[in-house]
Design a protein around this ligand. Structure first.
Ligand SMILES: [Zn+2]
Length: 56
């Protein structure tokens, strides 16, 4: 089941994710290291913005 990159909204295959990041017990998959860095900087804002975007 592909995951959604919470920063850019892209579909990311779990096996092909550039970065896998565990935040507060939830695992997020990122297409690119930059997306993960952005997320890390301001995870709360990123999650709020993408409130429609959740892991499947
Ligand atoms: Zn991305």
């Amino acid at each position: 089941m592909p995951a959604i990159d919470p920063i850019c909204g892209m579909t990311v295959e779990e096996s092909k994710a550039a970065v896998i990041y565990n935040y507060k017990g939830t695992i997020y998959y990122f297409c690119n290291i930059r997306c993960k860095e952005k997320f890390e900087k301001d995870a709360e804002a990123a999650l709020e913005k993408g409130s429609g975007v959740k892991l499947q």
